[in-house]
Design a binder for this molecule. Sequence first.
Ligand code: KG4
Ligand code: ZN
Length: 353
Amino acid sequence: MKEKFEELMKKDIVNILAIESSCDETAASVVCNGRKVLSNVVSSQIEIHQKFGGVVPEVASRNHIANVYDVACEAVLKSGLNFENIDAIAVTYGAGLMGALLVGVNFAKGLAYALKKPLLAVSHVEGHIAANYITHEKLEPPFTCLMVSGGHTCLFDVKSYTEFNLIGQSVDDAAGEAFDKVARVLGLPYPGGPNIDKKAKLGEDNIVFKHRNNLKNTLDFSFSGIKTAIMSYVNSLKQSGEEVNVNNICASFQSYVANELSTKAIRACKEQSSTKLVVAGGVSANSKLKEVLTEKCKENGVELFMPELKFCGDNAAMIGSQAYFNLKTGKGLAEMDLTAKSRLIPKWTNIKN
Ligand code: KG4
Ligand code: ZN
């Protein structure tokens, strides 16, 4: 397959079929030259997982198995191409839920083998960043990136399309995870982020949840302290029979998270002497985060890039995009022994502090 991969590196027009199944969305997309989305199919399992209050990994895997073939066929059909004139098959191999990832990886392997096309392995996090190349057709690295999703909260110094230097990350919960957990405490349905966002619009940012945060002067984040503080706050109100003002709690929590993320993203830009900030991942859909970042970027002379709403959450177009940029730098070719990895970014260590 190496020869075919090298031929593709030189080809002017490259159409990639990408598969994404790292969590609870089964997705497939055909992307031309990393920026032009020919089709983008996302089959969401949100309704299935909502009754459990969160994603049940085993249930997610089973649903991916049931959906992946139809989703991939629909993506190819909608692209106006056929399986023969797809140039390569890309797939998310990590990070994510092991069983869920394995469904996509094995489906992509089977497809690449049957079609005799190169198989391209893509990191989910890098894919989220690439979603911005689709939305902003002129965007090019280098830039500073704030990656905020259900599984990751990281700051990267993105040196090129394929070089990512981790400069900060959450020491505990990811921002999206904190949104989901706080929503659960407040009795709001999964996924918590969009529901907190809606409620926050009806409330006031007037509650300070007292907690310790020792990371103030670093590029690292911590969200478990505020989450625990909200839990105790809600429990004590309930115990004393007082009203729990869900809207105000949502507005106050959301403002805290948006400020924390924005402050550190701007600090990272300054430290890297970067004039471009790129935001990626599901939490980039948050309205308050967008508002605060827009304001702070303007104040600090930083140009802000955020993905179009439909590319904020999990999708396969972003995977097809990153696969293309990997390919053009000779990276990402996988063999039939490709397996899934639940974690790709090393866990936080205390080296910097
Ligand atoms: O990137 P994503 O779709 O999946 C992962 O890679 O984790 O991110 C999902 C996360 C969930 O935690 C969800 O609650 C959060 O993104 N999210 C939001 C919003 N929309 C989705 N968080 C805050 N505000 C939103 N509007
Ligand atoms: Zn994601």
